[in-house]
Design a protein around this ligand. Structure first.
Ligand SMILES: [Zn+2]
Length: 99
């Protein structure tokens, strides 16, 4: 199967490149990493591609700040368990369902 003929493949390559570049540059400049993630989301929006859920968990949905390096806390809200991370840039609390 020719990988170049898969629809949206070029877009996924650019998304993957930008995400890896953001992780690489984060320690030197978090602002540039944030710009890369914003570009990545824009490409996905323009080409109508869905980002993988595992990828979406790695950044803040309000300001695109990279959250990979931050510790996650487990919290019980109602009857469900969540892993929560507070975004240092916009103070948004990201909740990920565990069970
Ligand atoms: Zn944020």
């Amino acid at each position: 199967m020719d990988l170049n003929r898969i629809p949206g493949n070029e877009g996924f390559r650019r998304i993957n490149f930008l995400f890896q570049a953001a992780i690489e540059i984060f320690n030197r400049s978090p602002k540039i990493a944030q710009l890369y993630i914003k570009d990545m989301r824009l490409i996905a929006e323009k080409l109508v591609l869905r980002l993988d859920p595992s990828l979406k968990r790695e950044f803040c949905k309000k300001c695109s700040y990279l959250l990979t390096h931050l510790p996650k806390q487990t919290q019980c809200l109602g009857s469900r368990l969540y892993a929560t991370t507070v975004c240092p840039s916009c103070k948004y609390i990201k909740k990920i369902k565990i069970n």
